[in-house]
Design a protein around this ligand. Structure first.
Ligand code: G3P
Length: 213
């Protein structure tokens, strides 16, 4: 499974880019707004930090307007993936961008049929939101990842699943076990993934032992 960072904070991206296991970046309007910067500048800067897929989200609206907004992003860098909302207009835009060879990520996916519709429109990625589903009914995030993975394998859809709205390490475990192709993970959870109390304790034991030598 590939691991993306879910942030628009360039300092976080700069730091994780040195860790060796980050494969890409996803952003969304809320994350960009948090940074208080121009979205185009942020996306441009991210392309210099990570050599992997970078999702840039267009504004929800008519397909023609989303396509128009998407083209300059796609021209900006080969790694740009256009993030589109899971709406009928978003699907139309997905189909058109796909026909132009532009990569897409259909976001705000909350059920299997939305994922299948996006796959049929040629989406490179679909983003089911684990955390927001679990906010309503615990366990439904993991179940959706499994269901989409099963159906995409059965019908041989090439679309990749990005497990999104990841709030904790358990969501990452569920994405791994459920067959997600990618998990996009906030900086805080990426750090938590690498911690275990026994690792910390083990380091203390080893350090004490070497002092006693
Ligand atoms: O990738 C989508 C994600 O950023 C949404 O996360 O925590 O706002 O549900 P959250």
């Amino acid at each position: 499974m590939k691991i993306f960072i879910d942030t628009a904070n360039v300092e976080e991206i700069r730091e994780v880019s040195t860790w060796g296991f980050i494969d890409g970046v996803t952003t969304n309007p809320s994350l960009i707004a948090k940074e208080g910067r121009d979205i185009v500048d942020v996306i441009k800067e991210i392309t210099t930090l990570i050599d992997g897929p970078i999702s840039a989200e267009v504004h929800e609206g008519l397909a023609k307007d989303m396509v128009k907004e998407a083209i300059p992003y796609a021209k900006m860098h080969k790694n740009i993936v256009i993030k589109l909302p899971m709406t009928i207009e978003g699907l139309k835009a997905c189909k058109e961008l796909t026909s132009k060879g532009i990569k897409t990520n259909v976001t705000l996916v909350f059920n299997l049929t939305q994922a299948v519709a996006a796959a049929k429109c040629g989406a490179t990625y679909v983003s089911p939101f684990m955390g927001r589903l679990d906010d309503i009914t615990l366990g439904t995030g993991a179940a959706l990842i499994e269901d989409i993975a099963t159906v995409f394998a059965t019908y041989e859809y090439k679309t990749q699943i990005i497990a999104a709205s990841i709030r904790n390490v358990e969501h990452v475990n569920q994405a791994l076990l459920g067959g997600a192709d990618v998990a996009t993970i906030p900086f805080k959870v990426l750090k938590e993934m690498l911690n275990h109390p026994l690792t910390t304790k083990g380091l203390v034991i080893f350090a004490d032992a070497s002092k006693k030598k």
